[in-house]
Design a binder for this molecule. Structure first.
Ligand code: ASP
Length: 419
């Protein structure tokens, strides 16, 4: 039977993926527009990951609950997971506020052209996103529609409920569970196959996005124009990703951050190239369970939920961006208003879908809450393709650290045998 590549092969895969990113940056920078011709390869790679992610989440979560035998056994894992999410998201938002207050990247920014909103900003203005939408949307009226739009949160809720329902049936006569087990194994094999294509996929994604932005000179111009803002966000993400999360991993989970992080590189490079937590999920599950040896029970609970609601990078970015816009428009925010940003940035990161640019859409919530101009989004939009990749990488890293931390505090419970 064909299975995952072996350890050595996987290491090679990682080197090829890293090379893919480096080559992608080089070619996109150098050849600009021409690199749009390779975009279809990246789209195919991303489509393949998206195609497996929804069935994978459903199968894993249904099995996870069904194998526990009783949904109440999820109590401790659930509690520690939520605590971890809240704590790390709060730290991330505070960091975002701190670096932006410190560096003041928005002060003196040239506002010419800020009102001429690109299409995506007009869409955002028209979307009227509210947190109520996320809340009501958690119970889907049409699960097929949620699957089709990759709306992960309702799918998780339905899978948990379905798994719980299965536990009430007579296990000896339950034909579904062995079927789901086989389905799960087959899906993971497919993920392994897709990953063989990953080096080309990440190359194409990175090269074409740089190409679409007009290549090196244009990109440099964009980054330079609001360079201080880019730097502030990167600094915040860097502190969170390289300092805070490793520290938590070391102190709380007693894991070696270098080893654990090294084992996550496949998932992290995928996150950087796809800018989608959902598309990276199959990889993060594989890296966390196969390489970092976190139990499947913990990983399949913490990671899918984390991919949709625990977005440290996005939370940090939302706070930093809102403050940046305020500074650019010369609006002085009081401590209370910054408190409101803290709350809404946290909620906006929870509400953001695990797809590219989603954080930009939920930003509306933060800006509206403190009365900042939505046109400000057009200031930060030109560099969002880049910052999106960086924050998605931190999002995935935060979830995988969470899996190890939660496992330490809520060790896996004994599973019911599936007959
Ligand atoms: N692209 C991010 C993710 O999938 C969400 C965001 O736009 O911040 O995690």
């Amino acid at each position: 039977m064909m299975n995952f590549p072996t350890q050595t092969k996987r290491d090679w895969l990682l080197y090829w993926m890293l090379l893919g990113i480096v080559m992608g940056i080089f070619c996109g920078w150098q050849f600009g527009e021409q690199m749009r011709h390779v975009e279809f390869l990246g789209v195919m790679f991303m489509n393949a990951l998206k195609a497996v992610v929804i069935p994978l989440i459903m199968v894993l979560m249904i099995l996870g609950v069904a194998r526990l035998g009783d949904v109440r056994k999820l109590g401790p894992i659930g509690t520690y997971t939520i605590l971890y999410y809240i704590a790390t998201t709060s730290i991330a938002v505070l960091l975002g506020l701190f670096v932006t207050n410190l560096l003041q990247p928005g002060t003196g920014v040239d506002l010419t052209g800020a009102g001429q909103a690109p299409k995506i900003v007009q869409d955002i203005q028209a979307s009227h996103f509210t947190l109520m939408d996320t809340l009501t949307g958690m119970i889907p009226a049409n699960i097929i529609a949620s699957m089709a739009t990759m709306d992960v949160l309702p799918i998780i809720v339905v899978s948990l409920v379905f798994g719980a329902a299965l536990t009430t049936l007579d296990q000896r006569e339950n034909l579904l569970l062995p079927l789901l087990e086989s389905l799960n194994q087959a899906l993971m094999v497919i993920v392994g196959w897709i990953m063989l294509f990953a080096p080309i996929g990440v190359f194409a994604l990175v090269a074409s996005v740089l190409g679409a932005e007009g290549g090196g000179d244009q990109v440099w111009g964009q980054l330079y124009k609001i360079g201080k803002y880019v730097l502030a966000v990167l600094l915040g993400l860097g502190i969170h990703g390289f300092l805070i999360l490793p520290l938590l991993l070391w102190l709380l989970a007693k894991r070696n951050p270098r080893v654990y992080g090294g084992n996550m590189l496949n998932a992290l490079t995928t996150a950087f190239s796809t800018a989608s937590s959902a598309a990276s999920l199959p990889l993060s599950i594989e890296c966390v369970t196969e390489k970092n040896k976190v139990s499947r029970q913990t990983a399949t609970f913490v990671l899918p939920i984390g991919a949709t609601i625990n977005m440290d990078g996005t939370a940090l970015y939302e706070a930093a961006a809102a403050l940046f816009i305020a500074q650019a428009y010369g609006i002085d925010l009081t401590a209370t208003q910054q408190g409101v940003i803290f709350l809404t940035a946290t909620l906006a990161s929870i509400g953001a879908a695990a797809i590219p640019h989603a954080g930009l859409f939920t930003m509306i919530l933060v800006l509206n809450a403190v009365g900042l101009p939505l046109e400000g989004i057009s200031l930060i939009f030109p560099v969002d393709w880049f910052l999106d990749r960086c924050r998605t990488t931190v999002n995935i890293w935060g979830d995988s650290v969470g899996a190890a931390v939660v496992e330490r505090f809520a060790p896996p419970v004994e599973l019911d045998e599936i007959k």
